[in-house]
Design a protein around this ligand. Structure first.
Ligand code: SF4
Length: 62
């Protein structure tokens, strides 16, 4: 599983960071990015939850 954040869509709410800080972080501009793009199996469930809870639908898995 690979994950990316669409920084044009991200609203900087931080829901993803709260769910899985091992994968997501907020940058200086206050928007999220993936700190790890190749997701280890143990985090796949949390990443899927972040996808479904992101208010802007900005997280994409591939
Ligand atoms: S939950 Fe979505 S909108 Fe909020 S910081 Fe994460 S990617 Fe951005």
């Amino acid at each position: 599983m690979r994950v990316t954040v669409d920084d044009d869509a991200c609203g900087g709410h931080g829901v993803c960071v709260g769910l899985c800080p091992e994968v997501f972080a907020l940058g200086d501009g206050g928007y999220a990015h993936a700190v790890a793009t190749d997701i280890r199996a143990e985090f796949e469930g949390l990443v899927a939850e972040a996808v479904s809870q992101c208010p802007e639908r900005a997280i994409h898995v591939h």
